[in-house]
Design a protein around this ligand. Structure first.
Ligand code: PLP
Ligand code: COI
Length: 341
């Protein structure tokens, strides 16, 4: 299979249409079989549920080329089950989890020419999403839905790549207690657009959101969970019912314990403790693990001892082990790697 002529090493995190996408439709209470299509455009009613009341959710995962030339996807079954949770919370029909994984396989295989080569630094980002497509004017769920998956080759999420970033503590909240912070609803991201643009205007890369009820605990950023490393080498990651259960974070917790023999604490993390940590990183599919060098909090700066030049040593080990598993040169735990071809 001849790869597309793309400057893999220099692509950012953007949208580049690929040849095929998957589309399935829900009508009269049932999903159709779904199919691949080359048409990247969607025509829907002006009154579609997604346009009026934001009835939409999505997922994100990646396909990788391994060192020995296979194309693999990392833990798509967890994305299938998280999307099912999102759908239930938004009164949308679940796309069956086994069919979700099959559709991922189909769409990645069909776009093989766009899966970046091993060692290029790029990957194929996979974006499944669902939305209410028929007219809704009273506030209620749609009757018809579309489930789609497109793919796009991507490079690093932050322009700094693997260099540490600077974030600020946001004055805006991300997700209410007992709200929708624990699902991947489009509305969670719409509300983050103003704070992220404000952060950028002030020269920061991202926002740290605190818990809205007390504003004393660390939640997450707009698109990734936090991991911290203590001065004695423990991994600490915030536990909260209003953050997205990151698949990367859950995988890192396992890697830290089982591969690296590190102690891990998943617990509430007070913002007051943050200044005492040795390293900080953002973890997610897009972010992988992006090191944080500095946190700005209303005139005060927290500068991690790991500095602004490179990842701290423990985060580097976690990064190397996780990406080693994803790229196939470190043996993966059972069931983590779905081989496409
Ligand atoms: N938190 C938020 C708000 C996200 O959007 C994402 C991205 O998916 C994550 C965390 C990381 O989750 P995952 O590791 O499953 O990609
Ligand atoms: C992902 O990591 O897959 C996400 O959905 C995060 C998004 C901000 C790009």
């Amino acid at each position: 299979m001849e790869k597309k002529n793309i400057d893999w090493a220099n692509i950012g995190f953007g949208y580049m249409p690929t040849d095929y996408r998957f589309v399935a439709n829900y009508k009269d209470g049932a999903w159709d079989e779904g199919e691949l299509t080359t048409d990247a455009n969607i025509t829907i009613s002006e009154c579609a549920g997604v346009l009026q009341y934001a009835q939409t959710c999505f997922e994100g995962m990646k396909a990788y080329t391994t060192e020995d030339g296979h194309i693999v996807v990392f833990r798509p079954d967890l994305n299938a089950s998280r999307m099912a949770d999102s759908c239930r919370r938004l009164e949308m029909p679940v796309f069956p989890e086994d069919k979700f994984v099959e559709a991922i396989e189909k769409v990645v295989a069909a776009n093989e020419a766009f899966v970046p080569p091993f060692g290029s630094g790029a990957t194929l980002y996979i974006r499944p999403y669902m939305f209410g497509s028929d007219p809704v004017i009273g506030v209620k769920p749609a009757n018809e839905y579309q489930f789609r998956i497109f793919t796009t080759p991507v490079g690093p999420y932050f322009k700094e790549g693997a260099k540490p970033i600077t974030i600020r503590v946001s004055d805006y909240d991300r997700a209410a207690p007992r709200g929708t912070g624990n699902i991947k609803a489009g509305l969670n991201y719409a509300m983050s657009l103003y704070p992220i643009m404000e952060a950028h205007r002030q020269g920061f890369d991202e926002n740290m959101y605190l818990d809205p009820a007390t504003r004393t605990k660390v939640e997450e950023t707009g698109g990734a969970n936090f991991i911290f490393i203590t001065k004695d080498g423990k991994v600490v990651t915030p536990k909260s019912d209003s953050i997205l259960p990151s698949i990367t974070r859950r995988s890192l917790v396992y890697v830290a314990k089982e591969y690296l023999g590190l102690e891990v604490e998943e617990r509430e993390v007070l913002f007051d403790e943050v200044k005492d940590f040795a390293e900080c990183g953002l973890c997610g599919t897009a972010a992988v693990i992006s090191p944080v060098g500095k946190i700005y909090d209303h005139g005060n700066e927290i500068c991690f001892p790991s500095g602004m030049e490179k990842m701290g040593p423990v985060i580097q080990k976690l990064y190397d082990t996780l990406t080693g598993i994803q790229m196939g040169h470190i043996e993966a735990p059972e069931g983590w790697i779905k081989v496409i071809k």
